[in-house]
Write a new protein. Structure first.
Length: 106
């Protein structure tokens, strides 16, 4: 009498994969990689040099004279590098800067 072969257990069907999510296409140029890069913008009204003695004597209501006059363009720096110049404006109750010149040597 021949031994009966035990039935082979059926493998569970592999779960169906969810519909493929549309993946972002790779950047066409390396410049696309910079789209999400954060930079720090600094608007510089002017500068001054003071002795340590004068600087330590500053307090509330002290005035510091800068090297620029009213109406002179302000410097716009991106990550500490001079990028452009502009004029100070008001937007509602806030200050803003209108870019008037983008420097070509950046």
């Amino acid at each position: 009498m021949a031994a009966k072969k035990a039935p082979t257990p059926k493998k569970a069907a592999a779960p169906k994969k969810a519909a493929a999510v549309q993946e972002k296409s790779p950047p066409h140029d390396n410049i696309d990689l910079l789209d999400d890069l954060n930079v720090t913008a600094t608007i510089e009204l002017g500068r001054t040099m003071q002795s340590l003695e004068n600087a330590t004597s500053l307090g509330e209501q002290s005035l510091i004279e800068l090297d620029k006059q009213v109406g002179d363009p302000v410097d716009i720096l991106l990550n500490g590098k001079l990028f452009a110049r502009g004029e100070v404006v008001t937007v509602s109750e806030n200050f803003g800067v209108r870019i008037t010149e983008i420097l070509s040597h950046v």
